[in-house]
Every structure is written in structure tokens, then in C-alpha cells.
Design a protein around this ligand. Structure first.
Ligand SMILES: [Mn+2]
Length: 359
């Protein structure tokens, strides 16, 4: 109930008498419910959990007794509107960015009271992790570290990217991952120059760079790691950019801490690339937060004035991509600390791993 109380406090500060929470990750975060198709309606006097017949039992099991479980009869939104009417609530906040345009319009027409968009309120809480959340993330991180060591002994020329991805996903599940935290990326050879090449039927060949970008989930919390390895001797340019990417990544991991601005961190990560006139080959964001979602606020961006806060968990993931040749990306998860931050992922990266295959 601590998280719900915090939101109630925020509502009272903002003079908002009721709030409709429909983002399933926010519902889970606030009350612990792990199912789907359910919403919370917070009011000054009562917290309602609105669901359908499939989830009533699960809700009784997972929710605090202080939350009133309501099973809808017509629809989720109609039931919410009914409660709002019954309790003569004058205004309700909702998460506009998580509703489609038509659902937002429907919500407004059903409740027939003043509405206010309350986007990002719960997400702001979620950006700073408590002990339990950190513990779950560390478990999810251990799974990806073990999977990287496992897959090094599995990759060989002649296997398809999909075969490698399938083995990774099977292994992660066997050692405790609830699900992959996103679609596993295995991008080899020329495809490694596509920053987000999902595993394809392409066969891994001798001399290919292989980008492995994958994540596990534990207790609902995501991990996210990228390593780039070579299958046999790679193109000499790729060996050079490996060292450059690592330099930028380590600079970022060493620099990130409480109070640092997002754009400041972005520029630290990019500075070796700028020095070598390679910055144009780094064409995606330098990192994001992880949690119940794989991509959460805050993000590392040259446009962002956000200041990182202790106990946020960020990824730092620079990459360089040479069209027609291949690419390199290295990504770790880091727990932001007051003075010094703690890199959670431990998979080796100091030197490019060249798997020993020969003609
Ligand atoms: Mn990532």
C-alpha cells in the first residue's frame, strides 16, 4: 500500500480527487496484481480494483484487503464511470498516453465529469527502485550473464541467427527467466550493422561479427545486455571500432552517478567517437532505464536535462555501425549510486572475444 499512498499524496497535492490507472505495468507496480485487463480507480476514501470474472480470484490472492475488488458487468470503463457517479466525484485523472485516442474519448464521454491527463505520475515513482526491485533486477541480470557464457560454447559457423537466439531463449527460461524482456537480437556479418536486427535465417559465417542483445525477466523486472563477439578473425576495422565502443561505454559507466545530467552523460559516452570522427556511425540512443518495462524513463539523450537519481537502473549501450561491413554494440545495466554507480552485468568485454574457428 506504500506506493498507493504515495500516489494518493500526489493526487492531494495536485488537488485531484480521483485517478484512473490503466497502464498494466502501473497497476502491477501500485498493487502487485500480475494479471491483465484490470484497472485501479483511486479516490480519497477508497481504492477500487476493477476487473472481470477471470481475475477475481487472482486479485483476492495478490491484493491488499484495503483495496476493494469490483467485477464489471458491462465493461471496465462503464463500471469505472458508474463508481465515479455513485461517489459524486467531480474530477478524474487518467493516463492519456496509455489509451488510444478513441478509448480516451470514450472514457471522457462515459464519466461525464471533468477529466485531467495525469501522464507519467506513476512512471516517475517507478524510475527509482526499492530494495525488492533491485533484487529482482539482479536476478534477471544473473540469468543473462550465465546465458552469455553458455552461448559462447554454442555459436559456430553454419548455425542460423535464429538457431542461436532460440538456444539463448530456451536456456534463459530453463534457468529461471519468466520470459524474454524483448525480442532477442542476433545480428551477424553485414547484419550487425543494423542496430536492431532481430534474429533471422541468415547463417553465421567465418569472419562474422555477431551482436547478441537480449534480456530476461525475473519477478516482473527486466535485464538487458549486449555483447559483440567474432566468429573467427573479423574485418580489421571492426576490431578497431570494438575498442572505441568499449572506450565510450566504460567512460559512461564510470561517469554516471546521482545528480549527473542526462545530456552530460550522453556527451561523455560520445566523446571518443567525436574524437575519431565516428559519431555519425552511432545512430541510436545511448541508454534507457529498465524495470517492469524494458524501456522506461529516464533516457540518456543529448536533449535531456533530466538529472539521474540514486537507485535508478540504467543501460549504457553505445554502438558503431559501418554499412556493408558490420557493427559493434556493448551494453550493461548499471545501478546509479550517490558517489559511485554499480555495474550489475558482469559478462566479459575487456577484449573482443574471437571464437577460435579456422578455414
Ligand atoms: Mn537496451
Amino acid at each position: 500500500m506504500k506506493r498507493i499512498e504515495r500516489l494518493l499524496k500526489k493526487m492531494s497535492d495536485e488537488k485531484l480527487p480521483a485517478m484512473y490507472v490503466s497502464n498494466p505495468k502501473n497497476v502491477r507496480y501500485l498493487c502487485g496484481f500480475t494479471g491483465e485487463d484490470s484497472c485501479l480507480l483511486l479516490t480519497e476514501s477508497t481504492v477500487f480494483f476493477i476487473t472481470d470474472g477471470r481475475y477475481v480470484e487472482q486479485a483476492r490472492e495478490e491484493l491488499s484487503d484495503l483495496i476493494q475488488i469490483v467485477c464489471w458487468s458491462q465493461s471496465l470503463m462503464a463500471e469505472t464511470a458508474e463508481i465515479i457517479r455513485k461517489h459524486s466525484i467531480q474530477e478524474v485523472g487518467f493516463e492519456g498516453s496509455h489509451l488510444s485516442y478513441s478509448d480516451g474519448e470514450l472514457f471522457k464521454s462515459l464519466v461525464q465529469v471533468n477529466t485531467r491527463i495525469a501522464d507519467g505520475w506513476v512512471e516517475e515513482f517507478r524510475a527509482v527502485k526499492d530494495e525488492d526491485e533491485i533484487r529482482s533486477t539482479i536476478e534477471a541480470v544473473k540469468i543473462v550473464d550465465r546465458t552469455f557464457m553458455h552461448i559462447l560454447n554454442f555459436i559456430r559457423p553454419g548455425l542460423s541467427e535464429k538457431q542461436v537466439a532460440t538456444e539463448m531463449e530456451y536456456f534463459m527460461k530453463q534457468i529461471g527467466s519468466e520470459r524474454t524482456s524483448f525480442e532477442t537480437i542476433v545480428a551477424s556479418g553485414i547484419r550487425s550493422s543494423y542496430p536492431h536486427g532481430e534474429a533471422s535465417d541468415k547463417i553465421i559465417e567465418l569472419g562474422d561479427m555477431v551482436i547478441l542483445d537480449f534480456g530476461a525477466t525475473f519477478g516482473g523486472y527486466a535485464s538487458d545486455i549486449t555483447r559483440t563477439v567474432a566468429v573467427g578473425e573479423p574485418h580489421p576495422r571492426l576490431k578497431e571500432i570494438y575498442d572505441l565502443v568499449l572506450e565510450g561505454q566504460l567512460a559512461g559507466l564510470n561517469a554516471i552517478r546521482h545528480g549527473m545530467k542526462s545530456k552530460e552523460l550522453d556527451s561523455i559516452i560520445r566523446s571518443p567517437f567525436k574524437r575519431e570522427n565516428m559519431n555519425e556511425h552511432f545512430n541510436h540512443g545511448a541508454g534507457h532505464s529498465i524495470g517492469l518495462d524494458i524501456h522506461e524513463a529516464p533516457f540518456i539523450s543529448y536533449r535531456s536535462d533530466h538529472e539521474f537519481v540514486e537507485n535508478t537502473i540504467m543501460t549504457v549501450e553505445p554502438g558503431l555501425y559501418l554499412p556493408g561491413i558490420g557493427g559493434v554494440r556493448i551494453e550493461d545495466d548499471v545501478l546509479v549510486g550517490k558517489e559511485k554507480s554499480q555495474v550489475l552485468t558482469k559478462s566479459p568485454k575487456k577484449d573482443l572475444i574471437v571464437l577460435p574457428f579456422y578455414k
